[in-house]
Design a protein around this ligand. Structure first.
Ligand code: BG6
Length: 512
């Protein structure tokens, strides 16, 4: 394995504490970090190495999926860490950092392979990248890579400007744009599912699929991120990146060789086929919501507008539902519905594929026949379920939907950030977002942002702890569909088939 130095900007931040250190520790335990792999953490705090290591150890004890059971192992891990206090506006701090990195590379006999990781507020991207370049940190005899956290711009123009800046120092193959949804096992699994199951591959197209529903619903509110979130909203925070990437991973044509470049090419083709929205018509395809006061788990919670740090009367979106049409040969006519919201009744990231009713073919549509569903649970529970129909024992025309459920064993499974950092260390960009994908997703989002800014899409309020605004239901009803519920008995794919049958019988009795 390639020995390397990781230079982490934002080492005192929340993401580092919750995700990055625990991920590095688990990679260390799995012997997936090269023996010579040292980590420089940069931040404004006046920490020394000892203090830094103490904090890293604390983050592992608080957030690692596996505990640090063996003290010697933990110490060996902590020894990789050094702290360098740094003011991003001070060139002399970067010069000092370069000296320290060089000294460490020499001391440990490491090649000049440097991985720069920007886990900082977006306004710091520019000065950091500029100083990385000007200080000589990026002039290496080995390889260099840049890992960059979101947000990648706040609209099409700023994303392009950011990319131009990165491109002045790093080549595209050296840039790893993080979208942590791409690190999730079940998202990575989408391609496998289709590729290795001819049964699914055969029906992965508009001939058989009626619609696809992609949901990322959260119970948390804005938390301590008011300053960022009130500017970003759900449209930038979740839709532009995570949901469009999940859509692309689901709907792209299979890459022939499965290389990173191949995959990115297929994703680009898919994203380029999204039917553009006109801002004048955005209201027809987009629902924009914001949570009002409500209750979570029986406890009252405030409205978004009353959360600390949120601007009074803010019209920011905490909920988005969207209909996206894909104009390519395979998906023509199949609506893809996306929705995401904060303060919803349930935390669930799920794809539901609703199949067409085969009885349609004989114009014998039987209202009592439930459609076939393929349900892919991405998180927090991972699993796959099928809803099929079997003949009911008593009634001649009725069929019973039954659920076949696979609950993935999640113990011992790497977290998204482990997969991502491991990929970056290996130089494998398969599960990162290439620039053309990011640009295409912003291109699709841009008219929506404009429509919001011009108040063309009404802001709908929904009660905290609910399933989101009513208008989101109407979006599907117009097309003759409904959202497959995330709460209630029907939402649970692992539910006992008997229970399901009883419910269907009640439907049948009522219809008689
Ligand atoms: C982040 C968003 O990218 O994803 C957060 O900034 C959101 O607002 C989070 O809560 C959701 O991620 P996950 O993995 O919990 O679904």
């Amino acid at each position: 394995m390639n020995a390397a130095t990781l230079l982490l900007f934002g080492a005192t931040g929340d993401l580092a504490k919750r995700k990055i250190y625990p991920a590095l520790f688990n990679l260390h335990l799995d012997r997936k970090l090269p023996a010579g792999f040292s980590i420089f953490g940069m931040g404004r705090s006046a920490w020394n190495d000892t203090e830094f290591r103490r904090r890293v150890a604390q983050s592992i004890s608080d957030f690692s999926r596996r505990p640090a059971a063996d003290e010697a192992e933990l110490n060996a891990f902590l020894e990789r860490f050094r702290f360098c206090r740094l003011n991003v506006a001070a060139p002399e701090d970067f010069a000092r950092l370069l000296e320290q990195v060089r000294a460490s590379e020499q001391e440990l006999g490491l090649a000049e392979n440097r991985m720069f990781y920007l886990s900082v507020a977006p306004e710091l991207f520019e000065p950091i990248v500029r100083h990385i370049h000007e200080s000589g940190l990026s002039r290496v005899s080995g390889w260099k890579r840049l890992l960059i956290e979101k947000p990648f711009g706040r609209d099409l123009a700023s994303a392009r400007a950011l990319n131009a800046l990165l491109g002045s120092v790093f080549r595209e193959e050296e840039i790893f744009r993080i979208d942590h949804y791409l690190g999730k096992r079940m998202v990575q699994n989408l391609q496998k599912l289709e590729y290795t199951n001819p049964m699914l591959q055969a029906v992965w197209k508009n001939q058989y699929i009626a619609n696809v529903q992609i949901t990322a619903s959260e119970t948390v509110g804005v938390e301590e991120r008011a300053a960022y979130y009130d500017e970003a909203g759900a449209i930038r925070d979740m839709v532009q990146n995570h949901l469009l990437q999940v859509l692309a991973m689901f709907a792209m044509q299979l890459p022939r060789r499965g290389t990173a470049a191949d995959m990115a090419d297929k994703k680009r083709a898919l994203l380029a086929s999204m039917r553009p929205l006109l801002k004048e018509e955005a209201e027809r395809s987009i629902v924009r919501g914001q949570y009002a006061a409500g209750a979570m788990g029986g406890e009252p919670v405030p409205a978004y507008r009353d959360e600390p740090g949120i601007e009074e009367g803010s019209s920011n979106d905490t909920y988005i539902a969207a209909r996206i049409m894909i104009d390519d040969y395979f998906w023509q006519g199949v609506p893809f519905y996306l929705r995401t919201g904060k303060r919803m009744a349930k935390k669930a990231t799920r794809i539901v594929v609703e199949f067409k009713d085969p009885l349609d073919k004989y114009s014998r549509t039987n209202e009592l026949t439930a459609p076939n569903l393929l349900i892919i649970d991405i998180g927090p529970h991972e699993g796959i379920s099928f809803q099929l129909n079997v003949k009911d024992g008593q009634h001649r025309f009725i069929s019973d939907p039954v659920r076949l459920h696979y609950a993935a064993d999640q113990s011992g499974v790497p977290e998204a950030y482990e997969n991502l950092i491991e990929g970056a260390i290996q130089g494998d960009a398969a599960f990162f977002a290439r620039w053309d994908e990011v640009e295409l997703s912003w291109q699709w989002i841009q008219p929506v942002l404009e429509a919001f800014a011009e108040n063309r899409v009404p802001l709908r309020f929904y009660e905290a702890g609910s399933d989101g605004p009513e208008a989101a239901q109407r979006l599907l009803e117009e097309d003759g569909f409904h959202w497959w519920a995330l709460t209630g008995p029907e939402a649970d794919p692992s539910r006992d088939a008997d229970e399901y049958r009883t419910e269907r019988e009640a439907v049948y009795e009522a219809a008689r």
